[in-house]
Ligand binder design. Sequence first.
Ligand code: SF4
Length: 312
Amino acid sequence: MENKEIKILLAAPRGFCAGVVRAIEIVEKALKKYGSPVYVRHEIVHNKNVVEDLKKKGAIFVEELTDIKDNSRPVIFSAHGVPKKVPEEANKKKIFYVDATCPLVTKVHKEAERHNKNGYKIILIGHKDHPEVVGTMGQIPNNKIILVENVIEAKKVNLSGPVAYVTQTTLSVDDTKEIIEILKNKFPDIRGPIKEDICYATTNRQEAVKKIAPLCDMFFVIGSSNSSNSKRLVEVAKKAGCKNSELINSEKKLPIDKIINCKKIGLTSGASAPEKLVQDFIFDIKKHVNVTIEEFISIKENVTFKLPSVLN
Ligand code: SF4
């Protein structure tokens, strides 16, 4: 071990949000109540470790209901939400389902439905093909929602009549603000949520990163490469002043050569990453250098969501 000392600035809050805790608990409770296997449509949350752990307990992950081999077994819909046609298909096939969509995503679905009922044309700010975006677009028939991914697309939107917007829950708070400003200039009467639909967990994790990143030589975000909120945290850290920011997951080797040249590194984890991965990361660094840890708590969270009553 090198006789060197580095400081880890640990962001808080980090890691699991209330929607992720609820979704994982739904799969575990379903396995207990109905036995295995229980099917799960799409990764319940975007984290390989969580998925592998649930597989060991008896969950089978599929992408579509047509991939289910035994329709007599229950299926769980992931935390990201599903288009309306998915529960409809399950009902048609008489597949029993439990919906683990995060209540904060369901809130966005309801907003979109309300705007549609009231005759508004709807813009969704989000990332194409992300399952949450597919789910929200699928709340309204005939693909009527218009997706805007960035500032350039916002400038190009051309619509007449009443317009409303909703957003994906895991976007960058600052980038989304810019897009909303453009839309408000174009459509002064546009309807939307008071701020945006970005959830408390995404906002809080980004705020914590903004405070720490400018103080660090390198910044690490523990999270899977398909986790939207984790990828946003890397961007936020870079924008806040730490250019050497990267995502760390099971496919990536610890960049220890770079780490040992730092005095201070920042560390956080996405909303779907278990705390064990953060602690493993710290443990691995400790094998090479002396480490002191300082935790920065920017806000305390106390959000919890109820489980679906069918599992009680
Ligand atoms: S990141 Fe936000 S919207 Fe997504 S599951 Fe967590 S609380 Fe719900």
